[in-house]
Design a protein around this ligand. Structure first.
Ligand code: SF4
Length: 337
């Protein structure tokens, strides 16, 4: 539940904007009106850490007018957003640098416009299947109890011949999605990690809750996978990742462990700009961001990121691959990056 909700006036022209406004009427939450340009002014805080924490408790209800979607390799062909950002406070979050000094959470209410843009992109791809990632700029599950917009989107995709939806999450809000007619066109991936890495995540679901959500989704017939990200090397990393996969196998049980699960493996990376912001927002962070121990890799948009040197990356890849395939015989590793 947020502390303050700011409505961009045009959001109230849409049924979802009106519904969210109604939802907050009797909640102990400050409801404000402001244009998107002025929204950040309503968020208190003087230090970077205060601004960050208060922004993560603020929703801006607004619209998304994007007509051209960004590509989203390797997880999907394109990405689109129902929300941007999320209420989690993960120290390593790759969104640290993309949301400004006050990273409040946006909720987009013009779903029909968003669906039209998706249809346009499918049309351009002719008869091929086009995949869309809904969670690369935020976590829609974190707000699903307020918006219901992921449920609408799953139903929208169930009617598309050539479109597939992909969603990744660290939140277990799946109950309202279990009885939808999804026609297996939505794939969920649950983010999991070792005990050590989970300590850098705050205000997200526990591993138990995530695995329980994954099991519910499998039982509801959704294709389900796991994303292990970010993978870090530290003292006893092998022992902890071994324990993670052992625990996952035990919790899923023999029946679910033999389903066709997918795994995506992503090693830890950071940029110089992210490091600077992380140190301001989490001054006591124990994240290992020592550039001396990393290799530089050019990313999209000319951004340079620090990744593990080749031999270490290879060791991570081989170790996690053997863990996954050893415990989940039908699993498919989609990529390691
Ligand atoms: S849950 Fe995902 S989007 Fe939210 S703070 Fe954590 S890493 Fe970032």
């Amino acid at each position: 539940m947020p502390e303050r909700v700011i409505f961009e006036p045009s959001s109230l022209d849409y049924p979802l904007g009106q519904r969210i406004h109604e939802y907050f009427k009797d909640k102990p939450v400050a409801v404000l009106m402001a244009s998107e340009k002025n929204a950040a002014r309503s968020i208190p805080g003087t230090t970077p850490a205060e601004k960050y924490a208060n922004s993560k408790r603020t929703l801006l209800i607004t619209t998304n007018k994007l007509k051209k979607l960004d590509v989203c390799r390797p997880s999907a062909d394109y990405q689109f957003s129902l929300v941007s950002n999320c209420p989690g406070h993960c120290e390593y979050c790759y969104l640290q640098t993309t949301q400004g000094t006050k990273p409040y959470i946006k909720v987009f209410v013009n779903l029909e416009d968003i669906f039209e843009v998706i249809k346009d992109h499918i049309k351009q791809n002719e008869d091929k299947t086009t995949t869309f990632e809904a969670a690369s700029l935020g976590d829609p599950l974190a707000l699903e109890h307020i918006t219901g917009s992921l449920a609408r989107t799953i139903e929208f995709f169930s009617g598309l011949e050539h479109g597939r939806l992909r969603v990744v999450t660290k939140f277990p809000n799946v109950d309202s999605l279990l009885n939808l007619d999804h026609k297996q066109k939505t794939t969920f991936r649950i983010s999991i990690n070792s005990d050590y890495v989970l300590r850098f995540e705050h205000n997200t679901a526990s591993l138990d809750e995530r695995v329980e959500a994954a099991a519910k989704l499998v039982h509801a017939g959704y294709p389900v996978g796991f994303i292990v990200a970010p993978i870090m090397q530290y003292d006893n990393w092998k022992g902890e990742y071994d324990a993670l996969f052992r625990e996952l196998e035990a919790r899923l049980g023999p029946e679910l462990s033999r389903k066709e699960l997918t795994f995506e493996l992503i090693q830890y990376r950071f940029t110089a700009a992210a490091k600077e912001l992380i140190l301001q927002r989490f001054p006591n962070t124990r994240l290992d961001m020592d550039e001396e121990k990393r290799s530089l890799k050019w990313g999209r948009f000319g951004r340079c990121k620090y990744v593990y040197p080749k031999e270490q990356a290879q060791e991570i890849r081989e170790y996690l691959t053997s863990q996954v395939l050893g415990r989940f015989p039908q699993a498919r590793i989609q990529y390691f990056t």
